[in-house]
Design a protein around this ligand. Sequence first.
Ligand SMILES: Cc1cc2nc3c(=O)[nH]c(=O)nc-3n(C[C@H](O)[C@H](O)[C@H](O)COP(=O)(O)O)c2cc1C
Length: 198
Amino acid sequence: MAEFDRIDPAAFNHDERYKFLTATVVPRPIALVTSTGASGVLNAAPFSQFIIIAASPALLGIVVGREPEGEKDTLRNIKETGEYVINTVSESMAEQVQLCAHPFPAHVSEVQEAGFTVVPATTVNTMRIAEAVVQFECKVHRMIEFGDSPATLVVGLVTLAHAAKGVVSDHRVDHAKLQPLGRISGRRYCFTRQTIEL
Ligand SMILES: Cc1cc2nc3c(=O)[nH]c(=O)nc-3n(C[C@H](O)[C@H](O)[C@H](O)COP(=O)(O)O)c2cc1C
């Protein structure tokens, strides 16, 4: 029989616990969230704590942690406006997405730094990233805080989705065209080109 080590999550400090959990719950899809706060600066940041909450209605969740200095720009913008876009992340966007996670000051737009092309959203007052194969326009459905730090689960109602031509036919998605990038941990990512069917 296999032998196991006992791991008590409470014995780790916060950073160790985060690293242990995020390196084990893998691979994770990445939501590149664009939002525009009251200042008008377009913000973009990646979130791999990204999950489908419900299908009817279409609800997507991201979890935003806290920086030692306070709230992340994404959370502040979402609280201010209640609106944002979740842009999917393809393999070709990897380096730009990593750059968007750099803690730029709030007045700097990560989108410009990364050289992304932006197009206006339709149902929410922010921009979509044209390089993203699918973009979900979202309005806040519910926000719930968890833990001591705290981490905020932001659940958004998808008010409209956009997909690059030829990717979605009816509701069926051509996975090969999506070319999703997965997050492992730290700066380690994976591709999902090799699939199996059972
Ligand atoms: C691929 C990737 C995934 C990330 N996922 C998360 C996440 O799920 N939650 C989180 O709070 N931070 C996550 N981060 C870190 C944020 O992207 C980072 O703190 C960013 O600077 C926040 O930007 P903002 O202050 O503009 O919102 C991730 C970083 C990378 C590179």
